[in-house]
Each structure stands twice: as structure tokens, then as C-alpha cells.
Design a protein around this ligand. Sequence first.
Ligand code: ADP
Ligand code: MG
Length: 349
Amino acid sequence: MITTTGLTKVYQSRGREVTALDGVDLHVREGEVFGVIGQSGAGKSSLIRCVNLLERPTSGTVTVAGQDLTALAGRGRRAGKELREARSRIGMVFQHFNLLASRTVRDNVELPLEILGVTGRERTRKALELLDLVGLADKAKAYPGQLSGGQKQRVGIARALAGDPKVLLSDEATSALDPETTRSILQLLRDLNQQLGLTVLLITHEMDVVKTICDSAALMQKGRIVESGTVGDLLATPGSELAHELFPVGGTASGPDRTVVDVTFHGDAAGRPVISQLSRTYNIDISILGAAMDTVGGKQIGRMRIELPGRFEENVVPIGFLREQGLQAEVVETASVTVPAPLTKEVAK
Ligand SMILES: Nc1ncnc2c1ncn2[C@@H]1O[C@H](COP(=O)(O)OP(=O)(O)O)[C@@H](O)[C@H]1O
Ligand SMILES: [Mg+2]
């Protein structure tokens, strides 16, 4: 649904060049919630602004729903109308809501429809329908100043949906909200994703946001994507920083001739007594060094770091047993030698 290739953005700032995006290849599948996480200054906002051409990329391409926006933007005035229409199919939600204080809630939601040339009565019907969808039917006549932060963001989301977008972009939509309101807004985004089949690309600096609603995630550092994949694939990638942040299961081998394995459980596998079966089948003592269980994107996922006696060579069969049970099992450390992470952390798309 969203693809960028070699996306680069260089700002000219006080005679200096700032490279905010340095060759970003992003692939967001239709219907998924995709989170880009990274520290302040990593280039997240630049990325999302380039995706809807609010910011003109220095080089590279952006394709949304099969349409090459960068090509349209490069074709000058005549393609302007096409570009505007394509952009109206991309909703955008901002951290600070960006509502017009002098307009009622309903009029704020109507604004993009006005720009699209939708007539008065149809505009009002659509705005009221959207306000109902975000749970604000009773606030149509209120002004933004009379609303709480969470309510303002609901108006921002209703406005973003006015053009019937296939894609919703969210730049730190919950960063200005308290934890409880954050949860309710994230739940709303997830509901919209599922009810409308909306593809959501969100950026955040909070791992909890990724954990709560994302199907896939990418880690951004210094203008580059250094890891990306579905949450399940990331958790199965040895050395993945995102996996470690999502499920911090610490612990190192208690001595030489020990093999440390990270085991990831998905869905129904989480309910089966696999570890005790492993212990009984191979007559080995297993130590649990760390464990974490949580829901990611609405699915139950668990992760456990276990220690098996013996070197890796002696544990090939038990590790194979875990994998046969449908679990992901990745060797972290064996005989005090840390297994190197793969050269590229990019996992299967
Ligand atoms: N309009 C701009 N002019 C100059 N530099 C900018 C501009 N916008 C962002 N930058 C710089 O680009 C880098 C990435 O910024 P940004 O995309 O906002 O990152 P993030 O959203 O991850 O905090 C930073 O070094 C920032 O200072
Ligand atoms: Mg930002």
C-alpha cells in the first residue's frame, strides 16, 4: 500500500545541509498497522511528511496505493490536481491536532470536504457520520477549546477520514496525551483499521504504542531504517534491537558448556506445556533466565530465555523439537560465545 525506494531528504539550514532521510526503503502492506519508531531527530516526521508529499523528497520515490506520488509532483501544474486528489486519499493525524479554534467541531471535519468541492448538505451528513464513528456525535456544535485532548484528537481523526482515505498517517498522535487517553485513541485507530480496512502508518518514540497496535514495525536511526518486519519476524530475529525493546528478556549463561535460547510463543502455542515436554523427552534440566508475556497487535505473544546444559552441538535435537512444536527458537549464546547477529537485520517482508 505504501512503498518508498531510496527516499532521501536533505534540508538546507543556515547554509548547512542536514540529511534527515538517507535512502529509506519502506514497505507497508495493505490493511496493516505499521509503526516507525526512533529517537527524536531520527527522521520520522520527515519520512511521514515525504510520504504524503507535504515535504518534497530530495530523491527517491513514494508510491501509495499503486500511484507514484513523486512522479505526479514532478510533473508540474497539470498533474497538480491529480496530486491533490491522491493526497486527499491519504489522511493525516498530528500530535498537536491542528484544529481551527474559530470553527466548530463539525466545521473542522467539513473543511477537507469543502476543499474537495463536496456540497453543503452532503458535507454535513458526512461530517456527522464521521463524528459518530469516532464517538463524538454529541460534540458537533462544540468548539475545539471546549474539548479535552483526547476529544480533540478524535476530531483530528474524523477530519483525516473525510476524504475516505485508504491510508492514515499519524505523526505522534498520542504523544501529547495521558496514558489512559493514549490507550483509547490507539484502540480507536485499531478499530478503524479493522472496520474500514484502513492501512495505518504511524510514527512514535514510544515502544508501548508499537506493542499495543502494530502488526509490523521499523526502527529508524539517523535517517535510515535499520530493522523492519512483522513483529513476529522481528521477535524471531537474533540480535534484533526492536525485539529486545519489545520483550526485554535478560539473562546470560550461568557457565561454560551451556546454551542460551530465546523461545517465542505465539497464540495457542503459549498455552501448551512445551518446556516441560522438552525437559521430559530429553531428560534435561532447563533453567528459565527471563520471560515476558504480552499482547502485540491483539495477539498473545510470549518470550522466554532458557538455558540448556551442554554446548550448541549437543542441543541441536532439543532445539529442533521446539521448532517442531511451532515455536521460534533462536540460539543467543553457547559456551560463552555469543552468536553473531546476521549482517543485515532486515527480515523477510
Ligand atoms: N524544515 C527543516 N529544516 C532543517 N532541518 C530540519 C527540518 N525539519 C527537520 N530537520 C532536521 O532533520 C532531522 C530529522 O528531523 P525529524 O524528521 O523531525 O525527526 P524526528 O521526527 O524523528 O524527531 C533533524 O536533525 C532535524 O533537525
Ligand atoms: Mg517528529
